[in-house]
Design a protein around this ligand. Structure first.
Ligand SMILES: Nc1ncnc2c1ncn2[C@@H]1O[C@H](COP(=O)(O)OP(=O)(O)O)[C@@H](O)[C@H]1O
Ligand SMILES: Cc1cn([C@H]2C[C@H](O)[C@@H](COP(=O)(O)OP(=O)(O)O)O2)c(=O)[nH]c1=O
Length: 208
């Protein structure tokens, strides 16, 4: 029987390099002989991708804070059940571009629903299922990079105010301080290769 795989999430604000690092980390882990599945939130399963469009398209006022948090929790429930758990059960490693800590930071912290109340939604939706390790990328200037990448267009949540995004970053720091074993802050400045090296250092104890 296969050993259970490991589940790693990459987190952080807009444009800090999560997608770039997800690809680099997957390649590095494959070099070590691991079978790696990459996925993302909101999304990562058919139902969750449908919910992604509801969440990211339209006006900022489309959903109340509570409805937005519930939609993220519903998408995550489908993603965990249909994609993440089956891959782990096959012995594969799963790397996800965002997971529950984004809900804790964006909806719990910046939208002021409360981090613990959003944890309760995750307990209901996904049995409180958590990554083996969560790597939060931090750097100044990530939003400018995201705007350059998207040629000035933001999605419904990315387009919120600078204060909102500053509050997201503060919440990520709070979450990391609360769970130092699972959650690690990683400096996302410098070359992509330097950042990948820092991420691998934070996974060293989990590698075969
Ligand atoms: N270390 C880096 N140095 C310079 N540019 C980077 C670096 N990492 C990513 N980028 C670029 O910054 C932009 C945002 O990166 P991306 O990986 O899409 O971020 P995220 O997924 O966090 O939004 C992209 O255009 C990407 O090519
Ligand atoms: C997973 C998740 C994402 N989000 C937000 C963060 C992003 O603004 C958006 C997802 O967009 P994404 O495509 O990940 O954006 P980026 O590449 O800029 O990081 O949804 C939440 O607010 N809560 C969540 O639980």
């Amino acid at each position: 029987m296969n050993a259970r795989g490991r589940f790693i999430s990459l987190e952080g604000g807009e444009g800090v390099g999560k997608s770039t690092q997800l690809r680099a980390l997957a390649a590095a882990l494959q070099e070590l002989g691991l079978t790696v599945v990459t996925t993302r939130e909101p999304g990562g399963s058919e139902g969750a991708e449908a919910i992604r469009r509801l969440l990211l398209e339209g006006d900022d006022s489309r959903w109340s804070a509570e409805a937005e948090a519930l939609l993220f929790a519903a998408a995550r429930s489908d993603h965990v059940g249909k994609t993440i758990r089956p891959a782990l059960d096959r012995g594969q490693w799963v790397l996800s571009d965002r997971f529950v800590d984004s809900s804790l930071a964006y909806q719990g912290g910046a939208l002021e629903l409360g981090i613990d109340r959003v944890r309760q939604l995750h307990a209901f939706g996904s049995g409180g299922f958590l990554p083996d390790r969560t790597l939060i990328l931090l750097m100044d200037g990530g939003r400018d990079r995201a705007l350059a990448r998207d040629t000035g267009e933001s999605d419904r949540i990315g387009g919120r105010s600078t204060d909102f995004h500053d509050s997201v970053e503060r919440a990520f720091r709070t979450i990391a301080a609360e769970e130092p074993e699972r959650v690690r802050l990683v400096d996302a400045s410098g070359s992509p290769e330097a950042v990948t090296g820092r991420l691998l250092d934070q996974l060293a104890d989990l590698l075969p």
